[in-house]
Write a protein that binds this ligand. Structure first.
Ligand code: GCU
Length: 647
C-alpha cells in the first residue's frame, strides 16, 4: 500500500506538489473545532509547500457563516486568506478548491471564488461485484470487495474519499446495479455491520453511502414467496429491513434500483408499474430521510431483430413518462444521458424534456465501456459539455434543469485498484471533470482539461499544450474511426471493444443499423418508428427533417442512402470512408504527439500511456479496415481518393 500512496501523491490530480510555488510561512486559524478540516488543509498545504511553519506572518482563516449548506467563499486578506462556508462540508469543499487553485500555480492573492453546487446530490456509482470483479471495469478490481466480503485498505479508502470530496462528490454507491444473491445481503447482517464501518471512513469527507438493492430482496433476503410491491408482507419487509439499515448507518443516502431491466426482477413481473415498485421501497426509507434512485434503463432485451416496429430508444419514455407525477417525493428517476446506452453520440433522452413533476438524476458513464475502455484516449468532458448544452425544450438547455427537475448527477465510475485509480492516467481527467461539472455544469471541457493537466503534470508549455490538444481532440478522433453520425454500436458483442459491424445485427439487444446495399440506419422520425414524437414539437421538427437534423446525429434519426449528399457535398458513403481513414490517421498522430513528451512526464507515465496509444492505433486501423471493407462490399463503390480498401 505504501506504493499506492506514493503513486497517489505523486500523480493524483489534486494534491500534487508544485516546485514552482514558494514555501510561505503560514498558520491556520479557526475559532471552533474543525480538527478534520484543519488537518486536511495542513495536509494539502504540506504537500504543496513543504513544511508549514507556525508564524504570524500569514494566517489562513477558516470561518463558518450563514452561507448555504454546501456553499463556500475564498477571499484573500491582507496577510492572510479566508475560507468561509455554510457548513463543515462547505468549508471542506472550500479548502479543497483553495488547494486545487494553488496547485494550478495561481498565487493566493488572486484567488477569489464564491461557489455553490447546482444540484444537491453528486454521486458516483461503482459497478463493483462482491467477488472483486468490476463490471465494465478497466482499472483493475474492486478496492471495496474480494471473495464476496468487504476487503479494503483503510488508507486507500481515505485517499479515495479525499479524491472524491475534492471534486465535490457527496454520495457513493458501492456495488453493481446488477445485484446478485450475495450483494443482495448488503442490507442485512453480517454485511451491514461491515458496510457501516466503511460508511464511517467516508463520513468525515461529507460522503454518504448508497447501496444497489435487489428488487427481489424480499424473497432473497426476507425469505418471502413474492416481491410484489403491493403485497403487505413485501412492504413490511422493506420497512423493517430499512429500519435496521438506518439504525446502523443513520446518514445512509439510500438505495439504487435496477428493475425490469436486463434480466433483473421488477414490478412489471407482478403486473405492477414502475411507480408501484419505486414507491414501496421509497416509503420504507422516507422516515429516515432516505432516497430511492430508480433507474429508467428499462427496455426489451429479448427483441426479435425481424421486428422493425419495436425501437429500443423509445422504451424508457414509454415506461416512465405516463407515470410522471405519481412517484413519491423521495424517488429520483435515474436516466441515462441518452436513450440508448452511453454511445459516442446520441441525442439527449427525451425523458428530460417530458418529466415535469418527477425528480430526476442524469446518469453518465465515466467508465469507457463504449468509448475506448481506458485504452483508446477519449475525453468525456468534451461530450458532456455538448450534452449539457443540448436543447430540451423551447431553447432551454439540459443544464438549465439542474437544480430544478434534475436534482442529482450520477456516473458509473472508471476507478479500480490500479495504483493510479484509472489505469490510463489520462482517464483521470474524466473522473475529475465529472465531479467539477456535476458541481458546476457551466464549466467547459477546455477549462477542466486545462485545470487537470496543471495539477497533474509538472511539465513545460509544450507538454501542457500537447496533452491539452490530445484530450480535446480525442473524442472526435475516436468517433470518426468507430461508428460516427449517431449510428453507434458496431462493436464486438459482450466486451464492447473493437469493431464488429454486424455484431449486434441479428441479436436480441435491439440495436440495429439495418445496412443494405443502398442505405443504412433506422427511420426514427414521426413517419418511421415515431421516436421523434417523444420530443417537444420544435425538437421533433428539427430531428424529423433531414435538412435540419444535426448532421452528427444523421444516422441516429434517419435511414439514409449512401449517395445522399452531406452538407459539404460529399456522399454519405464517401463521408464514411473519409471519416475512417482520417480517424485512423489521427490516432497515429496522437501517438506521435505523445512521443514528444518523453522526459517531460515521469517515465512510468510516459511508457504506460504510450503502450495504450499503440493499442489504440491497432484498434483504429482495425475499425477503419473492417468498416470500409464492409461498406465497399455492400455498395461496390470505390473510395474517390483511391485509398486502400480490402476486399
Ligand atoms: C450496459 C452495460 C451493462 C450494464 C447496463 C446497465 O448495457 O453493458 O453491463 O449492466 O448497461 O446500465 O445497467
Amino acid at each position: 500500500m505504501d506504493h499506492a500512496r506514493r503513486i497517489f501523491s505523486e500523480y493524483n490530480a489534486w494534491l500534487q506538489s508544485k516546485s514552482s510555488l514558494e514555501p510561505k510561512a503560514l498558520r491556520i486559524k479557526a475559532g471552533f473545532d474543525l480538527d478534520f478540516i484543519h488537518q486536511e488543509c495542513r495536509l494539502g498545504l504540506i504537500r504543496l509547500w513543504g513544511e508549514i511553519q507556525e508564524s504570524d506572518e500569514y494566517t489562513l482563516h477558516l470561518k463558518m457563516n450563514d452561507l448555504e449548506h454546501e456553499e463556500f467563499s475564498l477571499t484573500p486578506l491582507e496577510n492572510g486568506f479566508e475560507i468561509a462556508g455554510g457548513s463543515k462540508n462547505a468549508l471542506l469543499y472550500g479548502v479543497y478548491r483553495f488547494l486545487n487553485r494553488l496547485a494550478t500555480g495561481e498565487s493566493m492573492e488572486k484567488i477569489h471564488e464564491h461557489s455553490a453546487p447546482k444540484v444537491d446530490y453528486r454521486i458516483i456509482n461503482h459497478w463493483d461485484n462482491m467477488d472483486g470483479h468490476i463490471e465494465r471495469g478497466y482499472a483493475g478490481n474492486s478496492f471495496f470487495f474480494l471473495n464476496n466480503k468487504f476487503d479494503y485498505d483503510q488508507e486507500r479508502i481515505k485517499n479515495y474519499a479525499r479524491l472524491m470530496a475534492s471534486i465535490g462528490i457527496n454520495g457513493i454507491c458501492i456495488n453493481n446495479v446488477n445485484v446478485n444473491k450475495v450483494s443482495a445481503g448488503l442490507i442485512a447482517e453480517p454485511l451491514l455491520t461491515d458496510m457501516a464501518e466503511l460508511a464511517a471512513l467516508f463520513r468525515p469527507f461529507g460522503i454518504r453511502l448508497l447501496v444497489s438493492v435487489h428488487f427481489d430482496a424480499p424473497m432473497i433476503v426476507g425469505g418471502l414467496t413474492t416481491s410484489d410491491p403491493l403485497d403487505a408482507g413485501v412492504k413490511e419487509f422493506w420497512k423493517a429491513q430499512s429500519a435496521i439499515v438506518y439504525d446502523k448507518i443513520p446518514d445512509f443516502l439510500g438505495y439504487l434500483v435496477k428493475a425490469d431491466s436486463e434480466f433483473r426482477g421488477g414490478p412489471e413481473a407482478f403486473g405492477r408499474t414502475q411507480a408501484d415498485g419505486a414507491n414501496t421501497i421509497a416509503a420504507a426509507v422516507a422516515p429516515f430521510g432516505g432516497l430511492v434512485f430508480w433507474r429508467c434503463f428499462v427496455y426489451n432485451c429479448q427483441q426479435d431483430w425481424r421486428d422493425a416496429q419495436t425501437d429500443r430508444p423509445m422504451a424508457a419514455y414509454k415506461h416512465f413518462q405516463p407515470l410522471d407525477g405519481t412517484f413519491d417525493q423521495n424517488v429520483i428517476l435515474q436516466i441515462k444521458n441518452g436513450p440508448v446506452d452511453f454511445q459516442t453520440r446520441e441525442p439527449v433522452s427525451p425523458l428530460f424534456s417530458n418529466l415535469k413533476n418527477t425528480r430526476e438524476a442524469i446518469e453518465f458513464q465515466i467508465a469507457q465501456e463504449y468509448t475506448g475502455q481506458q485504452i483508446d484516449l477519449y475525453s468525456l468532458a468534451v461530450q458532456w459539455e455538448e450534452i449539457l448544452a443540448a436543447e430540451v425544450d423551447k431553447g432551454k438547455q439540459l443544464k438549465s434543469l439542474f437544480g430544478q427537475e434534475i436534482v442529482a448527477v450520477t456516473a458509473v465510475t472508471n476507478t479500480g485498484n490500479n495504483m493510479n485509480w484509472t489505469g490510463n492516467i489520462l482517464a483521470q481527467c474524466n473522473l475529475y471533470a465529472f465531479g467539477r461539472m456535476a458541481w458546476n455544469p457551466e464549466l467547459t471541457a477546455k477549462e477542466l482539461i486545462r485545470e487537470w493537466i496543471q495539477i497533474t503534470f509538472e511539465t513545460d508549455a509544450h507538454g501542457r499544450q500537447t496533452i491539452e490538444e490530445m484530450l480535446l481532440t480525442s473524442r472526435g478522433i475516436y468517433e470518426s474511426y468507430t461508428a460516427p453520425l449517431g449510428i453507434g454500436f458496431m462493436v464486438n458483442p459482450s466486451n464492447h471493444y473493437g469493431p464488429n459491424v454486424d455484431g449486434y445485427e441479428f441479436s436480441h439487444w435491439g440495436t440495429y443499423h439495418r445496412a443494405s446495399s443502398d442505405a443504412i440506419g433506422v427511420d426514427r422520425t414521426s413517419k418511421g418508428t415515431g421516436f421523434t414524437l417523444q420530443y417537444p414539437e420544435s425538437l421533433q421538427r428539427m430531428y424529423d427533417h433531414i435538412e435540419s437534423c444535426p448532421e452528427e446525429l444523421l444516422l441516429f434519426f434517419h435511414r439514409v442512402r449512401y449517395d445522399y449528399k452531406m452538407k459539404d457535398g460529399r456522399t454519405l458513403l464517401q463521408y464514411i470512408y473519409d471519416s475512417h481513414f482520417e480517424g485512423a490517421q489521427q490516432a497515429e498522430a496522437l501517438l506521435q504527439s505523445w512521443e514528444t513528451l518523453e522526459n517531460r512526464v515521469p517515465q512510468e507515465v510516459f511508457n504506460s500511456v504510450k503502450a495504450r496509444l499503440q493499442l489504440q492505433l491497432l484498434n483504429a486501423r482495425e475499425w477503419r479496415d473492417q468498416v470500409n471493407t464492409y461498406f465497399y462490399r455492400k455498395t461496390g463503390i470505390d473510395d474517390e481518393k483511391g485509398r486502400k480498401i480490402y476486399m
